[in-house]
Design a protein. Sequence first.
Length: 253
Amino acid sequence: MLDTKELDQVRDYVIEILPELLRKDPRIATTIEGILAQHFPRRDEFARLLDEVQAMRQENSQRFGQVDQRFEQVDQRFEQVEQRLDRIEQTQLTMRRDLVKVQSSQEMLIRRMDGMQTWVDFVLGNLRNEKGQALEDLVAAALRYGLHNPHIMPENIRLRQRLVDYKGEVFPADFETELDVIVENGELLVFEVKAGAKATDVSIFALKVKLMAAQNPTKRVLGVFITLAASAEVREQCQRYGLDLIDSSAGKV
């Protein structure tokens, strides 16, 4: 077996004489070409490999293009789903708002019906059995409805207040009576309820209002007479004394 030095010498010799051998014997070229073909692809094979690589690239490109299209289709579907969800959510929000409005309207109607019933009981004298805070709460609710004043609170109401004419300014001296008062914003609203009122009831109430005004000169004192189906005489008396008349059968006059 040749050593490295001898192999180098043989290689140099082959390189030197190879061109001459190829000219003299073409079979050597064929042999060498066969040896090279075993280790390296020929030009036509290399071109074929390039074509195959190019074809694979085109195929992969088409496949990736199809994948991209599918992803785009999926994205479009997701967008459609999101739009539908948005519409559903908006519809639900609108339904919730409408439901709140309906509930609010129902609550207002219920409160109005309760207020109307309390007002009717108040005018008819059906609240006489109530006492203390319960009575004041009901009277306040009735007056809020009847006087169309939502600000009337139980703490503003003074029921059956003692009124004494010590000086005889309106009634005989030391005459004692009672009245009901609403104290609000520095004003005193004196009210009286008579389901079946007579003209004389209005005259007596007017005197109470007059005495109340005389004893509270720094405050504005108003009188409200409340009745059911006021007669012509009752209306005339209220106008004569400058009293507000609340006719429960017709509203404020």
